[in-house]
Write a protein that binds this ligand. Structure first.
Ligand SMILES: NC(=O)c1ccc[n+]([C@@H]2O[C@H](COP(=O)([O-])OP(=O)(O)OC[C@H]3O[C@@H](n4cnc5c(N)ncnc54)[C@H](OP(=O)(O)O)[C@@H]3O)[C@@H](O)[C@H]2O)c1
Length: 282
């Protein structure tokens, strides 16, 4: 499984980058290939920078010209050519999906979204299911995965692992908070793809189907919803270009040295393009 990054949304870029990713993985086809974001960014040649992240030239976020229809039609041709068995989308809201369904010859097999008790996305999940899409959750542990990306908003948010509701339910079932968070999602019909660099936690995250939460417990956990979204690319990309512009000006004045941001990469996009040995290796 892999994802199409924002810089490769133009119709003539989709197949070549998919083939590069297949080649990087050493496989002939993907089981699933998904559009990472409903965002088109200006093409960056892989020989110049790969993975390109959000910026065009290492400094500026430059929009591309591809519509989602253009990209989706190119995605469909990957299936026709046998380069991917299924295709899907990620980080789309309900309105964008409604639009896509007007012209799609292939209904997305999956919708991958940020999903945890602080962001339950109930209506979107129901809508996707009704339209025949499987829903997959990323960031099932809420702020946890964003802390390692140094996101202040995540650092300022109480960990779901420490939440009293989650802890109490976990202790009743003799499970960890992480296991309860994963089971809450799967009992809502949402697939989970937790990642860990720790062998013990990998095993723990797989051992989440041998128990059931009661309806009242599911409701109690869903009641923690705050519509709190951590993965907001608009926020990330605008902040990034602002930071880089400020840094550029300050460096031009020669008055200060900022820690280099030129190697900044959008963490999740890197994961999607780099072979890993953990649970996200699909
Ligand atoms: N479509 C998108 O836009 C998007 C965005 C983000 C992520 N994703 C995908 O989602 C998948 C999951 O990535 P994620 O970023 O969402 O991370 P995640 O799985 O929600 O969280 C990973 C973090 O949780 C910790 N962790 C894992 N299992 C644990 C456990 N049982 N107890 C305590 N801590 C635990 C890990 O630390 P340790 O390593 O130390 O265990 C790591 O800090 C990846 O395949 C990624 O590519 C997709």
């Amino acid at each position: 499984m892999s994802k199409l990054w924002n810089s490769f949304h133009d119709k003539e870029r989709v197949e070549p980058i998919c083939k590069k990713q297949l080649n990087d993985w050493g496989v002939d086809y993907f089981d699933l290939y998904i559009v990472h974001f409903p965002i088109s960014l200006k093409y960056v040649d892989p020989s110049e920078r790969y993975p390109p992240g959000f910026t065009y030239d290492g400094k500026n976020v430059v929009p591309g010209k591809a519509t989602i229809q253009e990209t989706w039609t190119a995605m469909e041709s990957l299936v026709e050519k046998g380069l991917s068995k299924s295709i899907g989308i990620s980080n789309f809201n309900g309105q964008l999906i409604m639009d896509l369904l007007r012209y799609a010859k292939i209904v997305p097999a999956t919708l991958q979204i940020e999903h945890h008790p602080y962001l339950t996305q109930q209506r979107l999940v129901e809508f996707a299911h009704k339209e025949g899409m499987a829903v997959t959750a990323y960031s099932s542990f809420g702020p946890q995965s964003f802390i390692e990306l140094e996101m202040q908003q995540a650092k300022d948010t109480p960990l779901l692992f420490d939440n009293e509701t989650i802890k109490t339910i976990a202790s009743k079932h003799g499970k960890t908070s992480a296991q309860v968070l994963l089971r809450w999602a799967t009992q809502r019909g949402v697939a989970v793809i937790p990642k860990s660099n720790n062998q013990h936690r990998l095993a723990e995250n797989l051992d989440v189907t041998g128990f059931d939460l009661r309806k009242s417990e599911l409701d109690e956990i869903s009641g923690l919803n705050q519509n709190l979204r951590f993965n907001d690319p608009l926020n990330v990309s605008i902040r990034l270009s602002l930071i880089l512009n400020i840094r550029f000006r300050i460096l031009t004045l020669g008055s200060m040295v900022f820690p280099s941001l030129s190697t900044y990469r959008y963490g999740h996009e890197q994961q999607a393009t780099r072979p890993r040995r953990h649970l996200d290796q699909k």
